[in-house]
Design a protein around this ligand. Structure first.
Ligand code: A2P
Length: 270
């Protein structure tokens, strides 16, 4: 989707060596969460699941924060999913952006939540809480994910049901997507849960893994290093607890240089 948006005048010069891109769309989901899209520099390449440093041209020395790119690597725009941190040096201003505004982006994407850091497998579990769904939004839209893994299980846990909206929209979109819809309709499984209000499925994902409820509901055997892979993205506490559970099943942490059976990255702006 390409939208032509008029650029607005800028108060500060663009720092050398960064991309200055134009916001094309902003969606606010709750008073804590929003999504924005912006133009993509023609020379910018990334792997689905990677993150970049994002800032605003509102100071001589802009503040940058890491943001996972939620759009797939083939999209002609870039999309991000953000929390609004009260008093946060970047998000306090970023939450006010509108189409036509400028967003700065450092040139080099990086990250470990990439298909390259995992060995192929029958199933990949993508465990996310809050904005930790961001890198997976890119990966579930990438055909390579369905080439490498038979079934893709995306779990998303939030405090409130309204915070699941980005993920719900994403999964609907992926299932009707011309490029990956055919795979996703049969092989993408969405497992949302809520922890602080009533919902069809409640409780932390760690409880669902620990009790075996996750596997019972999906009709799958417990995680096995022979067939299953894991990707984890959430708060530090969530990473620690989920990592421990995966290691209990015998999974071992991989990296770009040494792919293995699970990978981890914290959801950055929190
Ligand atoms: P809870 O409501 O029980 O704290 P946050 O917005 O704080 O990052 O939380 C996002 C979601 O992650 C919440 O549903 C929260 O549950 C859950 N969560 C927080 N800590 C952990 C943890 N250590 N393990 C699993 N889930 C967690």
């Amino acid at each position: 989707m390409t939208t032509v948006v008029q650029e607005k005048p800028r108060a500060f010069p663009i720092p050398a060596g960064v991309f200055a891109e134009t916001v094309t769309a902003v969606t606010h989901y709750t008073d804590r969460l929003f999504r924005f899209r912006m133009t993509r520099p023609p020379s910018f390449r990334f792997r689905s699941g990677e993150f970049v440093m994002i800032g605003l041209p509102n100071a001589e020395k802009p503040v940058y924060r890491a943001y996972s790119i939620t759009s797939p690597s083939w999209d002609d725009e870039l999309e991000f999913f953000s929390i609004k941190v009260p008093g946060g040096p970047l998000t306090e201003h970023l939450k006010e952006i509108r189409p036509g505004d400028t967003v700065l982006m450092r040139r080099k994407p990086t990250g470990t939540l990439v298909n390259d850091a995992l060995l192929p497998g029958e199933r990949v579990y993508m465990f996310s809480t809050g904005t930790g769904i961001a890198p997976f939004a890119s990966l579930v839209r990438d055909p390579e994910t369905y080439e490498k893994f038979g079934t893709v299980i995306l779990t998303h846990t939030c405090r409130e049901a309204a915070e699941l909206a980005f993920g719900m929209e994403l999964v609907d979109m992926v299932r009707s997507d011309p490029l990956v819809g055919e795979f996703a309709r049969d092989r993408l499984v969405h497992y949302p849960t809520v922890t602080r209000e009533e919902f069809a499925r409640t409780g932390r994902i760690t409880e669902h893994i620990g009790s075996g409820r996750l596997f019972d509901e999906l009709g799958l055997p417990p995680i096995d290093p022979e067939s299953d892979r894991g990707m984890i993205c959430g708060s530090m506490a969530m990473l620690k607890d989920t990592r421990k559970l995966l290691e209990g099943f015998g999974l071992a942490e991989g990296s770009n240089s040494s792919p293995d059976t699970y990978v981890v990255e914290r959801a950055f702006v929190d």
